[in-house]
Design a protein around this ligand. Structure first.
Ligand code: ARG
Length: 274
């Protein structure tokens, strides 16, 4: 049975200064050239796809010298209109946090917290109906989990990431429908204890295999019906359809050179009830 989509609001940042000039994850190789025009075209394709599905896309101005800013999901976490800013682990990305905070301050958000502890926004935070899932091990500090729980008043489930290729939670786990507790994930990216937690909380989750995880298939964005994901994650399409979702394949190959794909480029602005 097909599912219902619900309209979403996203924040994106065009890759006008995107490049791979340093390496802070195993996907990044500064010796491998990036095609800036192709990166921009692929990003525009993603933006247009969100718009065609009826979602709203707001834009953050890219800043020269911050080549990873296209990965807008890392700049903040917004739930119920509350904004928890980011604090990046690597100095190369420190400057992005202020650009995001400034955007929220000038766009009518009243409740903004500048974080004390390291968190990289939705890179490591994922919202389901019942929980705030929170990754740690490579980027977010466990202290940031407590900070987020207190700020949002949502129960945080801490998950330990153990494979450096899956350095952010959103490279290994995707919330398919946040009005329920429906996710897909790649178990081997997590510690044995975290795998057991996921199996307990999400017994019906869609389990991705190594090839689909390596194609960044879990770095996907869902609106409850459509799931935008890298087209090369071929193994996920049939199981998604079998669950009533409509998978839509995207090519973000240039951005993958920075270690990101669909979800990394898409920050969700979850409105408040105000
Ligand atoms: N080069 C960026 C980094 O390593 C990529 C971030 C990808 N974003 C994400 N949400 N996983 O920080």
């Amino acid at each position: 049975m097909p599912r219902d989509a619900s309209p979403r609001s996203y924040l994106m940042c065009p890759p006008r200064h995107f490049d791979v000039t340093y390496s802070i994850n195993p996907w990044m190789n500064p010796e491998k050239p990036v095609d800036p025009a192709l990166a921009l075209a692929q990003w525009e394709d993603l933006r247009d796809r969100h718009l065609a599905l009826g979602h709203t896309v707001s834009l953050l101005d890219p800043v020269p010298g911050l080549p990873d800013m296209v990965f807008a999901a890392n700049g903040a976490t917004v739930i119920d209109g509350l904004v928890l800013g980011a604090r990046f682990r690597h100095p190369e990305r420190h400057g992005e946090a202020a650009a995001h905070l400034e955007w929220f301050r000038t766009h009518g958000y009243a409740d903004i917290r500048e974080p004390v502890h390291i968190n990289e926004g939705e890179g490591d935070f994922a919202v389901t109906a019942s929980w705030l899932l929170a990754g740690r091990g490579f980027r977010a500090s466990p202290h940031a989990h407590a900070e987020a729980q207190e700020f949002f008043g949502r129960p945080v489930i801490g998950l330990d990431l153990v494979d450096p290729r899956y350095y952010h939670l959103d490279t290994a786990l995707c919330v398919l429908d946040d009005r329920a507790d429906e996710i897909m994930y790649y178990p081997d990216a997590f510690s044995p204890g975290s795998r057991a937690v996921l199996a307990r909380l999400f017994p019906d989750a869609l389990i991705a295999d190594a090839a689909d995880a390596a194609a960044f298939g879990l770095n996907a964005v869902g609106d409850g019906r459509h799931v935008l994901l890298p087209h090369s994650a071929t193994g996920l399409f049939a199981p998604l359809r079998a669950r009533g979702y409509e998978p839509l394949g995207m090519d973000l190959g240039e951005l993958l050179k920075g270690g990101g794909s669909v979800k990394c480029c898409t920050q969700e602005l979850r409105p408040g009830s105000r």
